[in-house]
Design a binder for this molecule. Structure first.
Ligand SMILES: Nc1ncnc2c1ncn2[C@@H]1O[C@H](COP(=O)(O)OP(=O)(O)OP(=O)(O)O)[C@@H](O)[C@H]1O
Ligand SMILES: [Mg+2]
Length: 393
């Protein structure tokens, strides 16, 4: 899957934005409070809404009135995602629309649509369309020839704050809903905490790093056992980046738990994860995440530069980019010119806030930036020198 455009209305600082032609690797820059975290939270919001319901997804963010753009309390929150996705072996340009409003002080889903074109021409067809908990989904999406043969299945959802995607997406017969639901479930919005990654863990099976990183030892062991060549590569990179680190191992403790041990070549006994440095833990976590043999369809990471030595950031940026090229779309926010130096100009988005409302611009909207980079300047230096300030209106 690849998201190609995002439209947002009335979600916190985003009163009305549209980002088009989104590349596989996106890097967001902008002053504090311009909305980088908010943009990633849109993905988290959809995931939470799918897991529970809209009311709960809003509640953990302070409720509808807190989330809706200030001064727009009487309007709806609208999210529209366009993405390329394979449905029954055919790539489709799919649009998902979600309109959330309030009814008698309670948040409800006013409209939810999933649509795509069946052929080159013609207007897109609604394969799922719900209003206030009632609507339909098409159950013979791919085997009909004309619109008359479409089989609609009318449905009433349990309540108007549940996504139809959640209710119907679990059924195989609703192909588009089913495929999109499973994609959202596999989005990874990182909320890594070094402290969670430390300490012994029950050796429960896991193939992917959790958002907080609390299963890092388990995933490291999985990669070591099932993908030894990948683990070897991760180790090689750790050795090159963190002075002294010669080996990392996931070790079973006597009570059947797992712990990470970091060997420093200068000493005989390794250090357990509790006692290695923050940056060592962080770098290992990124390598485990980015060398994942099965990339997430969407990966969001905030300020990966934190705790890391500046000269490591170029390689890290390249690793994020190659993850995106392996098939997982990547969104990163950064405050680091070192990181940005290694990012292609057409991956860079610039957030500007004016009177409490944010606009998003593409670095490649500016001829000046394009020319300067072509002449050999690096994006991070240009950013430091203020060249991004006047990107096209
Ligand atoms: N309902 C709302 N309406 C308008 N603005 C809001 C609303 N809720 C939050 N905000 C603003 O949105 C900003 C959130 O910004 P966010 O955390 O996304 O910034 P950021 O770009 O990640 O900043 P940083 O670089 O500091 O991490 C807050 O500073 C707040 O002022
Ligand atoms: Mg932030």
């Amino acid at each position: 899957m690849k998201i190609v455009s995002i439209k947002i209305k009335n979600y916190r600082v985003f009163e009305n934005i549209e980002i088009k032609n989104i590349p596989a690797f996106c890097v967001m820059i902008g002053a504090n409070g311009t909305g980088k975290s908010t943009l990633f939270d849109i993905f988290g919001f959809l995931r939470d809404a799918l897991k529970n319901n809209i009311r709960q997804a809003l509640q953990i963010r302070g409720g509808f009135n807190e989330v809706v753009t200030r001064g727009k309390q009487n309007e709806d929150i609208e999210i529209e995602l366009k993405f390329r996705m394979e449905i029954l072996s055919t790539e489709r340009l799919v649009t998902y629309v979600l309109v959330v409003g309030q009814h008698r002080q309670k948040p409800i889903i006013k409209r939810e649509i999933l649509r795509y074109k069946r052929g080159e021409y013609g207007s897109p067809f609604h394969f799922l369309d719900f209003q206030h908990g009632q609507g339909y989904a098409i159950k013979n999406e791919e085997d009909f020839k004309s619109d008359e043969e479409l089989e609609r299945e009318e449905q009433q959802l349990e309540s108007a704050d549940i996504l139809a995607l959640k209710g119907l997406g679990q059924f195989q017969r609703f192909k588009a809903a089913n495929a999109f639901r499973s994609l959202i479930e596999n989005w990874h919005v990182s909320d890594f905490h070094i402290s969670d990654a430390r300490g012994s863990k029950d050796a429960l099976y896991a193939e992917h790093l959790s958002p907080t990183g609390d299963n890092m030892a388990v995933v490291a062991q999985y990669i070591y056992q099932e993908h030894p060549e990948v683990f070897e590569e991760i180790l090689k990179r750790m050795q090159a980046r963190v002075p002294g680190v010669s080996k990392v191992e996931a070790k079973n403790t006597e009570d059947g738990r797992l712990i990470l041990k970091f060997q420093d070549q200068a000493f005989k006994d390794p250090f357990i994860d509790r006692y290695v440095s923050d940056g060592t833990m962080k770098m290992f976590a990124y390598l485990i995440l980015l060398f994942d043999p099965k990339p997430h369809p969407l990966l969001c990471v905030e300020e990966p530069e934190n705790q890391l030595y500046p000269s490591l950031l170029q390689k890290l940026a390249e690793e994020f980019a190659s993850y995106a090229h392996r098939g997982g779309q990547v969104f990163v926010s950064t405050h680091s010119p070192y990181f940005l130096n290694a990012v292609p100009l057409d991956s860079i988005f610039w957030l500007i806030k004016d009177q409490g409302i944010t606009k998003i611009q593409k670095a490649t909207d500016s001829e000046t930036l394009i020319n300067l980079v072509e002449a050999g300047d690096l994006p991070g230096y240009l950013w430091n020198q203020g060249w991004f300030e006047g990107v096209a209106p």
